[in-house]
Design a protein. Structure first.
Length: 273
């Protein structure tokens, strides 16, 4: 989580790395590509199309090195849906930081979004938001935690209980790689939230590279058990020095959503570990 600094629109923004631009661009690309499907769910007498962001942040960011201001995920996704003439009929945002949440809510309101905001940890706000989701509507969730430790698998479980939902997911490759030894040795670790029960399945006496792959494969297997699929098209986001930071992938039930994601990512991201 970056620090809050003065923004260019009268509200505080969060400092981020330049790689955030690629993440937001991919989010907007997917929102645009899926517009024809979304169009079938919005309008009078229809169930609607919902956007969900459980780690919304303040809704606007400043690139540390360049000073450039960019939209945060929730604001960018809403504005892209408007540009594509298929605006989301509901926007649900949440964050554990009440100030960041309020800044995002205000920005979305000023942009004309039908926004509702929920303060709390993602494991709790996911349940609150799920209860509000129309079971017949179309839903799209952006799951963008600050680190692997904040990515509790129960969030995926909770949201997956709505049939028509796709999830764009941020998985920290840096945390998965850099902290393998710590996660193996600790009685409680980020892996325990990311993949509950992993110690019962993964042999921790293997080389760390093998452990990491086994943990990630187990995560994908747990997603499949929920009746969804985690796309094999992983978008690798890298830092300014080429360091591997995180993957973006899509969890979805419908093959068309996975096809949209493949088109958005253009695939070809190289090795996972």
């Amino acid at each position: 989580m970056g620090k809050l600094v003065e923004g260019d629109d009268g509200l505080p923004v969060e400092e981020v790395g330049a790689w955030s631009k690629e993440k937001i661009a991919l989010l907007c690309k997917y929102v645009s590509i899926s517009r024809a499907v979304r169009a079938k769910w919005i309008g009078p007498g229809k169930a609607g199309a919902t956007y969900i962001d459980l780690f919304c942040g303040p809704g606007r960011s400043k690139i540390r090195r360049t000073g450039e201001f960019i939209e945060g995920g929730c604001v960018a996704a809403w504005n892209e849906s408007v540009r594509s003439k298929t605006p989301f009929s509901s926007v649900y945002i949440a964050d554990a930081d009440p100030d960041r949440l309020e800044f995002a809510r205000r920005r979305l309101s000023l942009a004309g979004a039908p926004v509702e905001a929920f303060h709390g940890e993602a494991v709790d706000t996911a349940k609150t938001i799920r209860a509000k989701l129309d079971q017949y509507a179309l839903h799209f969730a952006f799951v963008d935690p600050y680190n692997l430790g904040a990515f509790d698998f129960s969030v995926i479980e909770t949201l997956s209980k709505r049939k028509r939902i796709d999830m764009m997911v941020h998985i920290s490759k840096m945390d998965l790689q850099r902290n393998t030894g710590l996660n193996v040795r600790a009685q409680k670790s980020a892996f325990d939230k990311f993949v509950p029960g992993w110690r019962l399945v993964v042999d921790t006496n293997q080389p760390f590279t093998t452990v990491r792959r086994a943990v990630f494969d187990l995560w994908k297997a747990k997603v499949i058990k929920l009746g969804m699929a985690a796309s094999t098209d992983m978008q690798l986001i890298t830092g300014s020095r080429g360091q591997h930071l995180y993957w973006l992938t899509l969890a979805a039930r419908h093959e068309l959503a996975l096809a949209f994601w493949k088109a958005a990512t253009d695939s070809g991201q190289g090795r996972l570990f």
